[in-house]
Design a protein around this ligand. Structure first.
Ligand SMILES: Cc1cc2nc3c(=O)[nH]c(=O)nc-3n(C[C@H](O)[C@H](O)[C@H](O)COP(=O)(O)OP(=O)(O)OC[C@H]3O[C@@H](n4cnc5c(N)ncnc54)[C@H](O)[C@@H]3O)c2cc1C
Length: 407
């Protein structure tokens, strides 16, 4: 159901393009099969396709005015990235809280995550999440609001539950959306779940089938949970892109990872020739996040397809390693190919960026330097968020020259 190759992702997007003009009208409807939204997020998460590519094809097919809602939603992804890149301590704080809270999570967390909460529609969403690895945006909002404001459970444990199961599980979009629902992102603003809202947007037959326990969501019960105490999270500058890859010490290799599986489209790599490309799926890293089997398989097929395609593009050797710790695995690979330099796309704030110091040290011990590249899209947009989404959107719209039309 969710594309696992670049080709399938591009096909999915092309097939969705004609419906993009209807997106603003229907995108909030939760109906089985989810025909009104693209369901491209698992592919975007791995960057099997890039935000830049889908924006370009969208605006080549339609005038901005007729698809602006969809453009905005795509830029929400970049907005969350921009926020977390500039405040990575939010991510570290959240992970530390998950580690502290998880052992004492309690029976209510256990029954909700086992789809036995007694609120049938939420149990339906839980089963959909576990069985498919995906949820509609509205279902995510309702579920998170119910978890935080009705069940009064810690937002961090809910975000962790999503991150483990969502095929698009993303450190920025997921963590910061949960914080937004909780009222921690925009001071004074939280998102509440109301029965009337579910009745308006969920397919009537689906809701009728899962009506048990709905009274827990009656409108007159909606009340925001108190905000938890937190430290201040400082704003930090986005790490700059590294050297011009035109001057790479030879021989060099490409480390391919799940934050960017369309490396061959990076304009600065055109015409260059790595000796080898490698992707490593680190079992210890996946285990430390307790990723679901479904999520793990999605990542594995994405990485395998990515490294195979990218190596074919550059006509170099492809290596796919399943299991070893990232740093040790990359050091062994660099040694085997006698590399001087390893080039990669700079990972975003999250698990891979947390691994970078260890990767850098392990490569350095082999006499190998690590160079991180950044896409022009990221270099331009990641520093732009400074407050809410709409000022960011205005700046992004100008920086990307969205009003100028195709070409
Ligand atoms: C509590 C919560 C947790 C979330 N966790 C994640 C997550 O881990 N990963 C993730 O990619 N998205 C997350 N989202 C955002 C959003 O729900 C999904 O991106 C969207 O539902 C994906 O479906 P789609 O591909 O059909 O999107 P479409 O509606 O077709 O939109 C196209 C693309 O735009 C981006 N997009 C759309 N809406 C949003 C949004 N609200 N925020 C950020 N990007 C958006 C996505 O990349 C999406 O693929 C979360 C939202 C909430 C409320």
């Amino acid at each position: 159901m969710y594309p696992q190759t670049r080709e399938a992702a591009l096909e999915r997007w092309s097939a969705f393009l004609p419906a993009a003009v209807e997106y603003a009208t229907h995108r909030q409807l939760v109906v089985p099969g989810h025909p009104h939204v693209s369901r491209l997020s698992p592919a975007l998460r791995l960057r099997l396709v890039t935000e830049e590519e889908i924006l370009a094809s969208l605006l080549a097919a339609h005038p901005l005015a007729s698809v602006e809602q969809l453009v905005r939603e795509i830029l929400w992804r970049t907005y969350w990235k921009s926020c977390l890149e500039q405040r990575p301590s939010i991510w570290r704080w959240y992970r530390a809280r998950v580690a502290a809270l998880r052992p004492a999570a309690g029976p209510r967390v256990a029954s909700i995550t086992a789809a036995e909460s007694g609120v049938a529609i939420m149990d339906y969403f839980t089963r959909e999440l576990i069985d498919t690895g995906w949820l509609h945006n509205h279902a995510r909002l309702w579920f998170a609001a119910w978890w935080i404001h009705v069940e009064r459970l810690p937002w961090e444990l809910g975000a962790d539950f999503f991150l483990r199961h969502l095929l698009d599980g993303d450190p920025a979009s997921n963590t910061l959306s949960w914080r937004w629902v909780a009222g921690l992102h925009t001071p004074g603003k939280s998102y509440l779940v109301r029965r009337s809202n579910l009745e308006k947007y969920i397919d009537p037959a689906l809701l009728a089938e899962h009506a048990a326990g709905l009274d827990a969501l009656d409108d007159d019960r909606a009340q925001a949970a108190p905000l938890p105490d937190e430290p201040l999270f400082p704003w930090e500058p986005v790490p700059p892109a590294a050297v011009d890859p035109g001057h790479l010490p030879d021989p060099w290799g490409l480390w391919i990872h799940g934050d960017d599986l369309a490396v061959e489209t990076h304009p600065r790599l055109t015409g260059l020739k790595p000796r080898a490309a490698a992707a490593i799926l680190s079992r210890p890293l996946c285990e430390s996040f307790a990723l679901s089997e479904r999520r793990w398989r999605h990542l594995r097929s994405g990485l395998l397809e990515g490294v195979t395609r990218i190596a074919a593009h550059f006509r170099c050797a492809a290596d796919f390693e399943l299991g070893p710790p990232l740093a040790a695995g990359l050091a062994a690979w660099a040694r085997a190919h006698r590399l001087q330099t390893v080039v990669t796309m700079r990972p975003f704030a999250g698990p891979l960026a947390d691994e970078l110091p260890a990767v850098e040290a392990a490569l350095r011990a082999e006499g190998v330097s690590l160079i991180c590249l950044q896409r022009p899209y990221d270099a331009t947009l990641l520093p732009l968020a400074r407050g809410g989404f709409f000022p960011f959107y205005e700046k992004a719209r100008e920086a990307l020259r969205l009003d100028a039309g195709p070409g």
